[in-house]
Ligand binder design. Structure first.
Ligand SMILES: Nc1nc2c(ncn2[C@@H]2O[C@H](COP(=O)(O)OP(=O)(O)OP(=O)(O)O)[C@@H](O)[C@H]2O)c(=O)[nH]1
Length: 383
């Protein structure tokens, strides 16, 4: 009877303390839930953004810009498998500037990604992410510019239909961020969305490229040149520099076909395309307009310098015989017509200016053919 009071008091104190602890725990859990909710929302917005990316630079740009922020990471890099360098070549041709993406790494084969793949076959389980402390010798290939104090990393395979297309590489200065015991569902899910988006934009860009190139010679086609010409005419007018256009037509190509066959003729077209290309600058554009006709758009070139390049191309084509097979060689010449864009009349639309420029080069080519072939003629207004 006499001892119950202190007990009750201490019980009450204990309850109050427990209550307080529960409240603190509750507040912590609420804060965590809110934080997770925010992270989820940011990731959902990120997913929407990358799913909506229409081009390769837009997609990788978004990944490198946004992912480090929403995931609170100090390093995010991407390694892509590019067997034979096709992705690199096509993206480069479509104007992707890889120097803008120093954290984009291309490797030739899957072994270079650093996953422990062992002997794989169609039934092998999909490889799991690699998580752990950063080790320059082991992970350096995935972090070409490691941030100061990089501590823990996750290398997450990018998978499409069980095929590894690359890896998403995440790095943190927090040593506890990526530990081998951490659950990987979240980062695997993120990597799977990134992999789908990457595959999508890469195939879209490849299709775009195929639609703009000539399948026989690999140079651009008429559709590309028509578009590019309009862009370049507008730019040349704005920035006041010269552009020139050149028609190149192989002489007596019908005879070549008759002599070496259509396949032999195709081989000649491929070789001529290479010989023209060898004389051009990277900024110039070469296209096959169809048949045995090539055109070149020269940026920052007046009529005289374009004629000089044309003469080099003519000489390059005529210089040595073309091997169409180990036992058959043919001599080829070409005629060239060159014209320079008239920038004086800005009331002319770029479309009309393009048509005029093409027609002027064509008329110079006609004269070159007419006056004996294997020569360069220029179009000079008023001549
Ligand atoms: N092998 C091959 N031949 C083609 C291709 N496209 C067009 N040709 C041929 O190119 C030849 C063009 O002949 P023409 O336009 O008469 O001109 P040419 O014989 O080159 O004579 P000139 O231009 O006047 O010097 C035709 O025989 C076409 O069949 C192609 O993709 N491959």
């Amino acid at each position: 009877m006499t001892t119950t009071m202190p007990d009750k008091k201490s019980q009450a104190l204990e309850l109050a303390a427990e209550n307080q602890a529960l409240r603190t725990r509750m507040a912590y859990l609420l804060e965590q839930a809110e934080r997770n909710h925010n992270i989820m929302m940011r990731h959902q917005a990120f997913d929407l953004e990358i799913v909506g990316a229409g081009t390769f630079p837009e997609l990788v740009g978004t990944i490198f810009r946004t992912l480090p922020i929403i995931s609170e990471l100090e390093a995010v890099t991407l390694t892509l498998i590019d067997e034979g360098g096709d992705i690199n070549t096509v993206m480069g041709k479509l104007g992707v500037n890889f120097s803008e993406f120093p954290d984009l790494i291309f490797v030739e084969e899957v072994d270079a990604l650093g996953f422990d793949l062992g002997r794989r076959n169609a039934y092998s389980p999909t490889p799991k992410p690699l998580l752990g402390m950063y080790d320059a010798a082991k992970h350096g290939h995935a972090f070409p510019r490691p941030p100061d104090g990089l501590q823990s990393v996750a290398l997450v395979p990018l998978l499409r239909n069980k095929r590894i297309i690359g890896s998403l590489n995440l790095g943190s200065v927090d040593p506890t961020r990526f530990t081998p015991s951490l659950g990987t569902d979240f980062i695997e899910h993120m990597a799977s969305i990134i992999a789908i988006c990457l595959e999508n934009v890469i195939s879209n860009e490849m299709l775009k490229y195929i639609g703009l190139t000539d399948s026989l010679t690999g140079v651009y086609n008429r559709r590309y040149m028509d578009r590019r010409l309009l862009e370049e005419i507008s730019r040349a007018r704005r920035q006041a520099y010269d552009i020139s256009f050149m028609y190149i037509d192989i002489d007596h190509f019908k005879r070549v076909n008759d002599t070496v066959g259509h396949q032999g003729g195709d081989e000649v077209l491929r070789e001529v395309a290479q010989r023209i290309k060898a004389e051009l600058r990277l900024s110039d554009a070469l296209a096959r307009f169809g048949g045995e006709e090539f055109v070149v758009l020269l940026i920052n070139a007046d009529l005289d310098s374009a004629a000089f390049v044309a003469e080099r191309i003519r000489a390059g084509i005529a210089a040595s015989m073309i091997h169409v097979s180990p036992s058959v060689r043919v001599s080829i010449t070409a005629s060239l017509g060159v014209a320079c864009l008239d920038r004086s009349d800005l009331s002319v639309t770029p479309e009309t200016a393009a048509m005029e420029l093409i027609a002027q080069a064509d008329s110079a080519l006609y004269q070159a053919k007419d006056s004996g072939r294997n020569r360069v003629l220029t179009y000079r207004p008023g001549d």
